[in-house]
Write a protein that binds this ligand. Structure first.
Ligand code: ZN
Length: 290
């Protein structure tokens, strides 16, 4: 190597080292779900760790048959993390944890809601304000409007009826919408890509305030483009919500990995530095994670 090239490469090495931002601490919550959280949490953890941007810890709640003493011992320290990812759909957390979580997100923490985490807590107003839209658990018109696209525009439909539905699992196309073309999470992604076999949630409903829909997918049940990537402001905090991710095979998709990595970075920091992978699913073909 010539001396100049050597000096340059040394400089790059040093600068590269110095420019590496510290990893962002993230907490995944699991422990109860009508889904197989024991197989999906490791995939979420892998997605985040593979990006090189996060350190990931998991906290597992007590079971749905736990004693009050066991619940009293579960006190996650949300403040230690830049973002909290929920893979939880189960009994209501203790009041002390609910208050701590609300304070954490409202105070500027990041929150990431994955798939059936939007089934959780139908009667916790602050949680529903964070996630914007949810399903099941008795949700109905009192929970807020249905939100979907009609003729290319976002509709808030106050028609009465239950919240939450899906058809058979299939590979479906995710389409960027609105600010999806320019938002840090989704900028640089193709306008459409094929997502691995998953449930496509439709008829979600909720307060949907301070919410932007960045991408949709057209339900085979409602024939409507339904929200698939959403971002919300909650106090000083940021929420990234995707109803995708029914099972481990739904998550092991380059599109899902990318969106969860970038969505979590945005929730944690308000921006995205992670690049879009060179190989990405196309509108015609899924691209499973190797
Ligand atoms: Zn599901």
């Amino acid at each position: 190597m010539k001396p100049v090239a050597c000096i340059l490469s040394c400089l790059f090495a040093v600068c590269g080292l110095a420019a590496d931002p510290p990893k962002l601490p993230v907490l995944i919550i699991d422990g109860q779900n009508n889904h197989d959280w024991k197989s999906t949490t490791p995939v979420l953890k892998d997605a985040l760790e593979k990006s090189g941007r996060f350190t990931v810890e998991v906290t597992t709640t007590p079971s749905d048959r736990a004693t009050p003493e066991q619940w009293a011992a579960w006190r996650p320290e949300f403040g230690k993390y830049k973002a909290v990812v929920s893979n939880y759909n189960g009994v209501l957390w203790p009041m002390q944890v609910k208050i701590a979580f609300d304070d954490y997100v409202a105070g500027g923490g990041g929150f990431v809601c994955i798939h059936a985490a939007n089934n959780a807590f139908p009667d916790w107003p602050q949680y529903n304000a964070m996630i914007g839209l949810g399903g099941w658990g008795g949700r109905d018109e009192k929970s807020g409007p249905y939100v979907y696209l009609r003729d290319g525009a976002l509709v808030r439909d106050t028609a009465p009826g239950p919240g939450g539905n899906h058809g058979a699992q299939f590979e479906f196309t995710v389409d960027l919408f609105g600010e999806g073309a320019t938002h840090p999470i989704t900028r640089g992604l193709p306008a459409s890509w094929k997502h691995c076999r998953d449930e496509l949630y439709d008829m979600l409903r909720g307060p949907a305030e301070n919410m932007k829909v960045l991408a949709t997918a057209t339900s085979q049940v409602t024939q409507r483009p339904e929200p698939m990537i959403m971002v919300l402001d909650y106090g000083k905090g940021r929420v990234f919500h995707t109803p995708m991710g029914h099972a481990d095979y739904s998550m092991k998709c380059v599109g899902f990995y990318t969106v969860v990595q970038r969505g979590t970075e945005w929730a944690a920091t308000g921006d995205v530095t992670l690049p879009v992978p060179a190989e990405f699913p196309t509108a015609e073909a899924v691209l499973p994670v190797p």
